[in-house]
Write a protein that binds this ligand. Sequence first.
Ligand code: CMP
Length: 142
Amino acid sequence: MTAIQRTLSIVKPDGVQKRVIGDVIGRFEKAGLRIVAMKMIHMSSSDAGGFYVVHRERPFYGELREYMSSGPVVVLVLEGHDAIALTRRIMGATDPAHADPGTIRADLAESIERNIVHGSDSVESAAYEIPFFFSAMEIHGG
Ligand code: CMP
């Protein structure tokens, strides 16, 4: 039996710019996930740095902060059975060159940085990432 989980997803600046917000969230909904919170925001570099703090020692951290604050993004909370792993399957591998055909990143992304979409990678990450953007009152679970 799989648990009902919540996961945090972001349609990144390249996804907003390419006008694929609807395509991305449509794929999540068609897979049975429920959107329980959603908004469009434009992060500062320090917001993006706080969100990705787990990567602070990585060589790409500075570029990631800059990129994620380069334009508006759509942040959303998805709820459903095994939502964390399911979302990651729908997104495909981080690097679109390695993503399975039919996944969001294989179909729409151009590089490991401009990879259209983010999804929490574990229960622990989701527990950090969801309240980073949403208060309890902004989440409308069933
Ligand atoms: P995401 O799932 O949002 O989590 C961290 C992000 O860092 C990842 O997607 C990529 O967009 C980015 N990232 C991971 N590895 C690299 C890399 N080697 N070079 C540039 N960006 C990376």
